[in-house]
Design a protein around this ligand. Structure first.
Ligand code: GLN
Length: 469
């Protein structure tokens, strides 16, 4: 009974239903594990232990979920991995949090992330260092590195992450968890601190595909506070994956994703083996093309910083968090608070974003990037006329060493496989596929389906999980 922290959502629900244990017992077990492991792994930044226990008492059948530290939960801090939100306490619940609570989940602990979700290793957190639970000398990935380390290190039952250009999928791959980036508009962004509003999505990071299906169902749906969420009934993902099968599934392998010089040979081997297993289970595989792939990185690094520069303008030392005590007037209050509060990567993005939006450069950079984004989206529309799903590597490498990637551009390249589908707004997942032979590190493969095709995506992921076990 003391190892309840090891459970996934489905098992926890079953035990709660049967009365084998209570929510409070699970929460206490997670807290015990947190005390035992957090000094080493650093997955959590804050943990309101009493608050979590109290919530569990009020909801004795609820499953506790770790929350990425940019999602607002009323009464809790929300640091976004930044110094600039020092002292801030959320006055309200994000819609994903109220949805979770209404569906038998409670928030339980806040997990680390790259500052404002900018990064791929969680090393850009201004608050704490998070290590990969499979190898403590390595990064957990990012920006949802705390979520991935908490799930992969059995420090929670499941977690919420966010994905703007890969931040759920890449850390899931590095830490051996299932991570789903829902289609743009599937899940409400209300109360989720905005990074790039045309890309951001919240999604589940879990120990199994079934758990992701259950949690996504709870998160998703229409919200009048977010106009991108359609007013349609959310399918019962859990039920729809009951008879998952690979038979007759048409899988596309985008050729642009396989002839990449930075693709690690072990990641390539594991991906090739995943393809072979799908074929053996009855899938049909063919090569396809996403011809505008090579522009995706450039487009992303114009659009995401442009949106971020606007979104982050609200952190000015007046309304939230840190206020510089070295300011002498209003202008220096803004500049000094921002200079002291933001870290180097966030500043770099704000400067890039402001530059591409400035008059004289707007058309050449931002306007052009929007046009190319449309072409990238069309690539996906076309390919999904031909196949049901794409299978690709999730990240070009397994988890790298802490401190190994010093140059921002090399770090950016780690998202090569996750950025195009984010720009297209379609849904995608990382599913554990195997371990490297030499370093014994987990590697995930990515499945990508069309917009609002989460049922199909989860079905294929579930089937892959079964044939791969
Ligand atoms: N690593 C990418 C970036 O730094 C993606 C981040 C994300 O998805 N939040 O922008």
């Amino acid at each position: 009974m003391s190892e309840l922290y090891k459970l996934g959502i489905a098992e926890a629900r079953e035990g709660l239903e049967k009365g084998d244990f209570t929510s409070e017992e699970i929460v206490r077990s997670v807290i015990e594990r947190y005390h035992e492991k957090n000094a080493e792994i650093g997955a959590y930044v804050t943990f309101d232990e009493e608050g979590a226990i109290e919530l569990a008492r009020q909801n004795p059948k609820a499953v506790p979920i770790a929350i990425k530290d940019l999602i607002n939960v009323r009464g809790q801090p929300c640091t976004c991995g930044s110094k600039i939100l020092k002292g801030y306490v959320s006055p309200y619940d994000a819609t994903v949090i109220s949805n979770m609570k209404a569906n038998g989940f409670i928030p339980c602990g806040r997990v680390n992330m790259d500052e404002f979700a900018m990064g791929s290793s969680t090393e850009n957190s201004a608050l704490a260092l998070t290590r990969n639970p499979y190898d403590l000398t390595r990064v957990p990935g990012g920006s949802s590195g705390g979520s991935a380390a908490a799930v992969g290190g059995d420090m929670c039952i499941a977690a919420l992450g966010t994905d703007t250009g890969g931040s759920i999928r890449q850390p899931a791959s590095f830490c051996n968890c299932v991570g789903i980036k829902p289609s743009y508009g599937r899940v409400s962004r209300y109360g989720v601190t905005a990074f790039a509003s045309s890309l951001d999505q919240v999604g589940p990071m879990t120990k199994s595909v079934k758990d992701s299906a259950i949690l996504l169902k709870a998160l998703a749906g229409h919200d009048k506070m977010d106009g991108t969420t359609p007013d349609e009934i959310v399918p019962d993902y859990e039920k729809l994956i009951e008879n998952a099968s690979m038979k007759g599934v048409k899988i596309g392998l985008p050729k642009e994703y396989f002839n990449v010089s930075g693709l690690d040979p072990e990641v390539k081997r594991i991906t090739d083996e995943a393809v072979a297993k799908c074929v053996a289970a009855g899938a049909e595989v063919r090569e396809v093309s996403l011809p505008h792939t090579e522009y995706a990185m450039a487009v992303y690094y114009i659009i995401a910083p442009a949106e971020a520069s606007a979104n982050l303008a609200r952190f000015d030392g007046v309304r939230y968090g840190l206020r510089s005590d070295r300011s002498v007037d209003v202008y220096s209050l803004y500049t000094k608070s921002r200079a002291e509060g933001f870290g180097p990567e966030v500043k770099r993005r704000i400067i890039m974003g402001t530059y591409v939006l400035s008059s004289g450069y707007y058309d050449a950079y931002y306007g052009r990037a929007q046009k190319v984004r449309t072409l990238i989206k069309r690539d996906f529309d076309n390919v999904f006329n031909e196949v049901d799903v794409l299978l690709t590597p999730c990240a070009p490498t397994p988890a790298f060493k802490l401190g190994e990637l010093q140059d921002p551009l090399t770090m950016y390249l780690n998202d090569l496989y996750t950025i195009p589908s984010a720009l297209a707004g379609v849904c995608a997942a990382s599913v554990p596929a195997g371990f490297t032979n030499d370093t014994k590190l987990p590697v995930g493969v990515q499945f990508i389906c069309g917009g609002f095709e989460e049922s199909r995506l989860l079905n294929i992921c579930k089937s892959f999980e079964e044939i791969n076990s």
